[in-house]
Design a protein around this ligand. Structure first.
Ligand code: MN
Ligand code: MN
Length: 335
């Protein structure tokens, strides 16, 4: 069993207490199921618009910063909040790159760009991704993850085993001549918890997951197959850390703790970008100071830093993701 090596995009760590606290902060107001579904649908509509915008703004020569900022701005303008910083992950990077403060990175020519975005309304999160690419060479690679997502969604329903989902995704991707990423998983979503409970595979290789587990009715799941040109279909941590999350409440006082309290007020408990803490997102000085603060808070176990996830064979990766709601008999695609 290799469960220890499973990677879920933006997995949350130690957040059960925070989840309870968040529920308390919401005044224990019990929402009706229909109200909750409505909020998911609204978040889904905003996410659809955000993806359309992503297709317009993501182009070679454009700064990654501009893509992230425009999409996050759009989400807020439409009445949602970003559930995590917009991920703009290029070529061999599968996930978890978002623009830093003062980031000058530019979308390269001929690249394959995964834009992965999350929207929440009152903590009800949808998570969705598309691949935008700039070379005909990658037509099939991009089709492979899209076809795998569609095939899984066409077959998924309550009671279906994870192993069958894994088989469907893997077969679709290998039929195009590529490999699924075995150690990246879709996931269940709960309120204010992007990754909760079940991990959903894109491989038939059962050494990576509990193949007896099943999809249940009345849940929210993100399905996200990744296809790679890499030989092994595996990712590992890369060098960049541009997305963070509070995993403990800062206690006591002192300069850094007081800063942390202010940061937490600005970010909340979902994953955040250092950009969201800056007065001026183009300030090199602020970039240095804020990254230094986050490093200290990471060392103290208050903040968690997410590494980029990179193909171990430097394969080029495509990804497509939808959030779905399971009903008693089938699914509703929210994004
Ligand atoms: Mn995602
Ligand atoms: Mn996801």
């Amino acid at each position: 069993m290799k469960f220890g090596s499973q990677k879920n995009p933006l997995t949350q760590v130690n957040n059960q207490n925070q989840e309870k606290k968040q529920d308390k902060n919401n005044g224990n107001k019990k929402l009706a199921t229909s109200e909750i579904i409505q909020k998911y649908r609204e978040a889904g509509e905003i996410a659809k618009g955000a993806k359309e915008l992503a297709r317009k703004v993501t182009k070679p020569g454009v700064k990654v910063m501009e893509v992230c900022e425009k999409i996050e701005e759009y989400i807020k303008l439409k009445g949602g909040l970003p559930a995590f910083p917009v991920n703009v992950s290029i070529n061999s990077i599968a996930a978890h790159y978002s623009a830093y403060i003062a980031d000058n990175l530019i979308i390269p020519k001929n690249s394959v760009v995964k834009v992965d975005l999350g929207v929440h309304i009152d903590g009800f999160i949808v998570d969705t991704a598309i691949t935008i690419y700039f070379s005909k060479k990658y037509d099939d690679l991009v089709k492979a993850s899209k076809a795998a997502l569609d095939a899984v969604i066409n077959n998924i329903k309550p009671g279906i085993k994870l192993s069958l989902i894994g088989e469907i995704a893997e077969k679709t991707i290998t039929d195009f001549g590529f490999r699924p990423i075995k150690n990246l998983f879709g996931h269940q979503i709960k309120r204010y918890n992007l990754h909760a409970g079940l991990s959903i595979p894109s491989t038939k290789d059962k050494s990576w997951y509990d193949s007896k587990k099943k999809i249940e009715a009345g849940k929210i799941y993100a399905i996200e197959p990744f296809a790679t040109t890499g030989v092994r279909g595996l990712i590992d941590d890369g060098p960049d850390v541009s997305i963070f999350r509070f995993i403990a409440t800062p206690q006591g006082s002192g300069v850094i703790i007081n800063k942390a309290k202010n940061y937490l007020l600005k970010t909340g408990i979902l994953p955040f970008s250092p950009r969201w803490l800056a007065e001026d997102i183009n300030s090199v000085k602020e970039a240095k100071n804020i990254m230094k603060d986050l490093k200290i808070l990471e060392n103290r176990g208050i903040v968690y830093g997410y590494h980029t996830l990179v193909d171990v064979d430097e394969g080029v990766i495509s990804q497509h993701e939808h959030t779905i709601r399971t009903t008693k008999t089938g699914v509703e695609v929210l994004t």
